[in-house]
Ligand binder design. Structure first.
Ligand code: SGN
Ligand code: CA
Length: 551
């Protein structure tokens, strides 16, 4: 029964599409129009996926997508922040073209997004989880999205009817339940589907499910080589960013120290704004029964803090905060992995695995203590890169690792090409189909363009744009500075030496500056547009950074 349910429509579609054998990038491969399952989590660092690195956590379910398909080791974003990344993914256009420069102003809904094109082409479309656009998605037949950042526990969802409904449970489980329920009960078996399954986790403030909270608070994690980075040999931007674990991570909101205790202890470095309560989920939404599960774990954390913090060296305080951070962040990741497993199982059990193109990615990477940081935004590796694993057994051979410089900019055109839907000519990415189908010679890109805008704002990462090749990274920080940075990616993988002024690299600088200008021209970016977006940002009076902390 399940088999028939799954394959009848594909038989019909196969008859319709077997003649489309000359499609660019697919060379004579006959395939059926696939279902698309686009899985994206929020702030999921590749360092926390064991297919990339296994020193922090095992993620067998996410890994499975790469093992049975392709793992991209050099995937990156065009702008390392949530809503702008999502806008780029949906439009296939750089930030300066789609206009979504920050998390605050709503997305311009006159932009064409790829789900609309799937819908028009006869796909059934749906979206569940976090969008973070300030407005509802276009082109989806069904959706349940979190308002803004959403909540970890007992989250609210905006529905298609315009209502907001509260669902009891842990957000990662709830988003998965909605996704599975849609596949099971609402799916039209006569159509292929394009389903976006979008996790909130592991976004700050890292509230794990109680069982994971307990399991991970007892673990100890290896420290990154640059945990104690002093930001020497870098420009002003790295020194002035406010995302250091010791000085900028909040005791209550992030490290789960009870406000009463931090008030009593005034832990150094003490900034009142960083000790202003648990916020969101814990105080506002938990039932007494749920609280009873969290309290004993909070007791242990708080007891440890009370007994040990005051006598710790500055280094040990940094280490303590790093461990607390990793325990909660990775506990949230673990729930994502379990739930991805539930969805992959569903595909297996319903005969859908072979012809569903599954993507796993994140809206950007994240610092897990590298350079002493949390958060993202910078062009530096941990936030610039993003995980990308793709499986589609009908068209992709298993076990491929690919090192090309691919971007979130490419996703729309890739999915459209896979579904044999024409992409609008003004999309700016490059379809990954040649790489997915082992036709690498058809891949042309060797450098990518990056541009980050949200400044002044929370975390205070300065505006910058740049070019990245496999060998080098050249970035220009502007607005209240005018500084260039160059990193030799092969000889300095931790990016701790800015060699822009080093005479040995003078030729590289000249060449990369030319290439960068050519890219800016090709994509239509310019100093005039920089100024336009500065003016818009100031007009919209993005709040002072301190006011935004924890917002
Ligand atoms: C919130 C976070 C910030 C984070 C932004 C943007 N604070 O403001 O740390 O940089 O979101 O994140 S929080 O404690 O309230 O979570 S993004 O992923 O949406 O771009
Ligand atoms: Ca994000």
């Amino acid at each position: 029964m399940n088999f028939l349910k799954a394959y009848t429509p594909y038989f019909v579609l196969a008859l319709l599409f077997t003649s489309c054998t000359q499609h660019k990038g697919i060379d004579k491969k006959v395939y059926q129009r696939p279902n698309i399952l686009f899985i994206m989590s929020d702030d999921h660092a590749y360092q926390a996926i064991s297919a990339y690195q296994s020193h922090l956590i095992r993620t067998p379910n996410i890994d499975r997508i790469g093992k049975e398909g392709i793992l991209f080791t050099n995937a990156c974003v065009t702008n390392s922040i949530c809503a702008p990344s999502r806008a780029t993914i949906l439009t296939g256009k750089h930030t300066h073209i789609n206009g979504k420069t920050d998390n605050s102003r709503p997305f311009d809904t006159t932009q064409v997004t790829f789900p609309e094109l799937f819908q028009k082409a006869g796909y059934q479309t749906a979206m569940f989880g976090k969008l973070h656009f300030g407005n509802n998605p276009k082109g989806v037949d069904d959706f349940m999205i979190l308002p803004g950042q959403g909540n970890y526990i007992n989250p609210d969802f905006i529905t298609k009817n315009g209502d907001t409904t509260r669902m009891e449970g842990y957000v990662t489980d709830v988003i998965t339940d909605l996704t599975l329920d849609w596949m099971d009960k609402k799916r039209d078996t006569l159509k292929p589907f394009m389903l976006m399954y979008l996790h909130k986790a592991p976004h700050r403030p890292w509230w794990p499910r109680p069982d994971k909270f307990e399991e991970f608070m007892n673990k100890k994690f290896p420290e990154p080589a640059t945990l104690f980075d002093d930001y020497q040999n870098r420009g002003a931007a790295a020194r002035t960013a406010e995302m250091n674990l010791l000085t900028d991570m909040m005791y209550n909101h992030d490290s789960k120290i009870r406000p009463e205790l931090s008030k009593k202890m005034q832990p150094e470095p003490f900034v009142p704004e960083y000790n202003n309560g648990f916020h969101g989920p814990y105080t506002e939404r938990l039932t007494e029964d749920q609280k009873a599960l969290y309290e004993p774990i909070l007791d242990k954390i708080n007891q440890d803090f009370e007994e040990n913090w005051s006598t710790m060296s500055r280094e040990d305080k940094m280490r303590w905060k790093y461990q607390r951070y990793m325990q909660d962040y990775l506990a949230c990741v673990s729930s994502v992995d379990d739930n991805v497993g539930r969805v992959l199982d569903y595909l297996d059990e319903n005969g859908l695995s072979e012809n569903t193109l599954v993507v796993y990615t994140s809206d950007q990477g994240f610092y897990l203590g590298e350079h002493g940081w949390f958060d993202k935004r910078f062009i530096y590796n941990e936030s610039f890169k993003t995980p990308l694993l793709v499986r589609w057994p009908n068209a992709i051979a298993p076990g491929i690792t690919n090192e090309e410089m691919v971007q979130n900019l490419d996703f729309a055109q890739t999915l459209l090409e896979a579904a044999q839907i024409e992409a609008p000519a003004d999309m700016q990415g490059e379809s990954l189909m040649p790489l997915l189908t082992s036709n690498e010679t058809q891949w042309t890109r060797n450098a990518v363009y990056y541009h980050y805008y949200e400044y002044p704002a929370v975390h205070q990462v300065k505006r910058h744009y740049g070019i990245v090749t496999k060998e080098y990274k050249l970035a220009h920080f502007y607005y209240d500075v005018d500084e260039w940075e160059l990193y030799d990616r092969l000889n300095d993988p931790n990016e701790i030496r800015n060699v822009y002024e080093d005479p040995k690299y003078a030729d590289v600088v000249t060449r990369l500056k030319q290439q960068l200008e050519a890219l800016r021209k090709q994509y239509g970016d310019s100093d005039e547009l920089n100024q336009k977006y500065i003016d818009i940002h100031l007009e919209n009076s993005i709040d002072s950074p301190l006011k935004q902390k924890g917002s």
